[in-house]
Design a protein around this ligand. Structure first.
Ligand code: MRU
Length: 397
């Protein structure tokens, strides 16, 4: 296992501060070149995202101090996976808050090449009410960027609550910004800890010599680091239990064929890529001992929304008597969503399915489907393993 070969998915750093020990060399280089070209004043937060649309060909990083660019990055799958977009949402709130630190809001990402004209706002002209309205407006836009993964709305709202709490307590703009940066950096650490705990709980469910099928990418790339479903696989691999992973390619965007196989191979886990329509065959041939997938939203009754195609895999696993596990942090459980019917499903552009349109042909492109609780053997969270029908126990714990 070479987990250290996996890059980190997302970071929030400050211009002018040393980040060499928190970022890979490629990411640090990208930040340095962004700061010098965009003339970002010291102290301004910068979101650093591994551009997943460029993998596996290139390890490139998108750096931005503009919360609107983070929204576009979420929409375009530069950053993707429920926990990772939750962190991106919180980071976007921090970037928005940073704009209130300057007399001219645009100065926190100036193209003026002239730091003399960048003035930190003075306390007397700072309007907390205006700041609150601006943050609420931005948070709504951020949370709406992708509707299915509940983590985006949850973490965006939590970051907003941190800011509003500070404003209510009389904090000025610099304090609000600094609190949010610390909040996001803590969230990134917590996310990795949660993934590692999920991994430990999940690995205990697998037998030695297991071959595991997974769908989409619920790995290090979908989280801050380590992953949920792939976290289970990494933990089991560390215990010498993993014979092989079968990775569905995951049409139409190829999270399996571009991302999962890439990260498993980088980490040194034996992996075989299969087309989505081959899952039945490998199961029928007795090659799969367990299925482990991630989740974008878990309803209160244990129904699970995940990448389109997950439902088909669950039906097949039930047919062949193969355990079907879902691995997700507690933050993916949505107590306010009673069941499948209440989960909003994102529909994406037809050109993901049919790049060159054909006259007279309509395209259906729902990005997610919902696996009913009855098809799920267990849900693995950082606080333990739950029967789907008992999943609310993880929330009230
Ligand atoms: O559209 P994506 O790539 O964001 O979809 C991701 C998934 O469906 C993942 O399985 C899910 O978010 C869990 S990630 C730990």
């Amino acid at each position: 296992m070479q987990l250290e070969a996996l890059p980190r998915t997302i970071a929030l750093v400050r211009a002018g501060q040393s980040f060499a020990d928190t970022l890979t060399e490629a990411a640090a280089h990208a930040v340095a070149s962004f700061v010098s070209q965009a003339y970002v004043p010291d102290g301004v937060p910068i979101a650093v995202m591994l551009d997943q649309t460029r993998l596996p060909e290139a390890e490139e990083y998108l750096c931005t101090a503009d919360w609107r660019e983070v929204i576009v990055a979420i929409e375009q799958l530069v950053v993707r996976g429920a926990p990772a977009i939750g962190i991106a949402g919180a980071a976007a709130v921090a970037l928005r808050a940073s704009e209130f630190c300057y007399a001219n809001e645009d100065d926190h990402r100036t193209d003026a090449h002239d730091f003399d004209r960048v003035h930190v706002v003075d306390e007397a002209s700072f309007d907390p009410q205006l700041c609150r309205i601006g943050l609420e407006f931005a948070a709504k836009m951020i949370a709406d960027a992708r509707p299915t993964a509940v983590n985006l709305a949850v973490e965006t709202d939590r970051a907003l609550a941190v800011a509003i709490g500070a404003l209510d307590g009389g904090a000025g703009p610099l304090q609000v910004r600094d609190l949010l940066i610390a909040h996001v950096q803590q969230l990134i650490c917590q996310d990795e800890q949660r993934c590692r705990a999920i991994g430990a709980h999940g690995a205990a469910l697998l037998d030695a010599g297991s071959s595991i099928l997974t769908h989409c990418n619920a790995g290090s790339l979908a989280t801050a680091f380590y992953g949920t479903a792939l976290g289970v696989i990494y933990a089991a691999a560390e215990q010498g239990k993993v014979e092989r992973v079968y990775a569905d390619e995951t049409r139409p965007v190829g999270q399996g064929s571009r991302l999962t196989v890439w990260e498993l191979a980088r980490a040194g886990v034996p992996v075989t890529l299969i087309c989505d329509d081959m899952a039945a065959t490998v199961m029928a041939q007795g090659k799969v001992d367990a299925v482990v997938v991630g989740a974008d939203r878990i309803a209160a009754n244990g129904d699970v929304a995940n990448k389109i195609g997950t439902l088909g895999v669950a039906v097949l696993a039930a047919h062949y008597g193969i355990p079907f596990y879902v691995a997700a942090p507690v933050s993916t459980i949505d107590a306010a969503t009673p069941c499948e019917a209440d989960i909003p499903i994102e529909h994406r552009s037809p050109d993901e399915v049919l790049p060159v349109p054909i006259e007279g042909v309509d395209v259906l492109n729902p990005a997610f489907d919902v696996t009913p609780a009855a098809l799920i053997t267990a849900i693995i969270t950082e606080s333990g393993v739950y029967a789907p029908s008992d999943i609310m126990g993880a929330v009230v714990r």
